[in-house]
Design a protein around this ligand. Structure first.
Ligand code: HEM
Length: 430
């Protein structure tokens, strides 16, 4: 599972490019992914946290697709949206070059001492399956009407400005970003360290706009992780073991642009959960809200987690078992013209906020600043997230308990061949 160990990677650049856009690419990459999946499945066979040796496991950095998308989900994530403070195109390619080299090293468990001052902070840190996933926001192409880097005409059509959705309460400082970097690892410090190093390498040219940590519980275990509401989250996802599904729903294909072939579009949403409210809600109502059982994860009316939801099933009074406005019913592909997305969310827990209200007079209270850092990947956000979330944002019973406060949309280019840098084809052909 570790291409870093191979001094002469067998993937020629041309073969890499040819494969990245065809169906063969999806198959080839699928096999690589399967290796990683099998290794993780073996890990998951043993209950409890992963054994010590797992901390030294590595994920491949080079390949037809970027890591961190179909990689078996690591336990921790550090996501940063980054703004460019330069108008020079060479500055941007310089950063991307440095970031690529640094990330390949860090994913391989190496220190960065050849890339500028090494503060020694990697000492004792294992690779812990680190992946670094890069994305390009709309601001790289056009910002405040300015074509800073001569890339405006290269902006992919699918990289739309996300529409405003019902009920969202965006905090300006927590939306957008010219670039995105997400480090995922089985150790929170490894993930944070990776982004810190990338920020250091970009000093003077780019700076972090907003950042978000995340975790999933019990990541060595076999079962679907539970989110902070206590429900299994990720049951119904396109399978990372089915290249055809991934090619259909996740990877950009021949529709391009060419630098996006084998890439994907990332939608991130910081979703605060009103846990104070949720924790006062009876389990039965929670289950009606989601459309699944809390304990087993089975769809209402089903027995087991992976049973197909029966959307027509009714109780003896003729009431739908999976309620009309439940999260599941609004989210399923059958009710969204077949739309599917690959969800890879992390929980977040950022302490508490003090909330002061004018009415009732002098009311002040603390509320949890915790919820879901919702991350999903898709071939095209217009037929993925936007398609599904538009109705959901108006009708979902879950909306009583959640508020979207930040996030963004980023185009994550196809994978990187050894010797290339992330997004290189965008800059070469512009
Ligand atoms: C805090 C916010 C959210 C929570 C707590 C949440 C929770 C859940 C849970 C528990 C499930 C059922 C288990 C599963 O299939 O994974 C689910 C399914 C799903 N959710 Fe969410 N979700 C949230 C936000 C969103 C958003 C913003 C979208 C955007 C489109 C979304 C799309 C989906 C989809 C597509 C499914 C699969 C439906 C199916 O095919 O059965 N979710 N979610």
């Amino acid at each position: 599972m570790n291409e870093q160990d191979d001094p002469k990677p067998s993937l020629s650049r041309r073969g890499f490019l040819a494969r990245a856009c065809g169906f063969a690419a999806a198959l080839g990459a699928g096999f690589a992914v399967r290796g990683a999946t099998d290794a993780m499945a073996a890990l998951r066979e043993s209950a409890g946290p992963p054994p010590e040796g797992a901390r030294n496991m590595r994920e491949p950095f080079f390949g037809a697709h970027q890591g961190g998308i179909v990689t078996p989900q690591q336990g921790h994530s550090y996501f940063a949206a980054i703004d460019l403070d330069t108008t020079k195109r060479d500055d941007v390619t310089g950063i991307l070059r440095a970031w690529t080299a640094a990330s390949a090293k860090m994913a391989g468990g190496q220190t960065l001492d050849t890339l500028g001052p090494d503060s020694g902070d990697t000492v004792g840190l294992p690779p812990a399956r680190l992946t670094v996933t890069f994305g390009f926001g709309a601001g790289l192409f056009v910002k405040e009407g300015k074509d800073r880097f001569g890339l405006a005409s290269r902006r992919p059509e699918a990289l739309v400005d996300l529409p405003r959705f019902n009920g969202e309460q965006y905090v300006e400082a927590r939306i957008g970003g010219d670039l995105s970097v997400q480090a995922c690892a089985d150790d929170p410090q490894v993930a944070f360290h990776a982004v810190r190093q990338l920020a250091r390498l970009a000093e003077g040219v780019a700076q972090v706009r907003w950042a978000q940590t995340g975790f999933i519980p019990n990541f060595g275990a076999r079962e679907t992780p539970r989110n902070l509401m206590g429900f299994k989250d990720g049951t119904s996802n396109p399978s990372v073991d089915h290249p055809r599904e991934l090619a259909q729903f996740v990877w950009v294909g021949g529709e391009g642009p060419d630098w996006m072939c084998g890439g994907s579009y990332l939608v991130a949403r910081r979703v605060r959960m009103a846990l104070e409210h949720w924790d006062q809600t009876k389990v039965e109502i929670q289950e009606q809200t989601i459309g699944r059982r809390k304990q087993s994860g089975a769809p209402l009316g089903g027995r087991n987690e992976f049973d197909q939801p029966d959307l027509d099933a009714r109780d003896k009074d003729g009431k739908l078992l999976i309620p009309e406005n439940s999260h599941l019913r609004l989210a399923v592909a059958a009710n969204n013209d077949g739309a599917r997305i690959l969800r890879r969310p992390y929980s977040y827990n950022d302490g508490v906020n003090l909330v002061g209200e004018r009415w009732r007079p002098w009311q002040q209270e603390l509320e949890y600043d915790a919820g879901l850092f919702f991350v999903c990947y898709q071939r095209d956000p217009r037929t993925g997230f936007i398609k599904i979330f538009d109705r959901m944002s108006k009708q979902d019973l879950l909306n009583q308990f959640v508020t979207h406060t930040g996030g963004g949309l980023f185009a994550c280019p196809g994978g990187i061949a050894p010797g290339d840098f992330i997004g290189q084809r965008l800059f070469q052909t512009a």
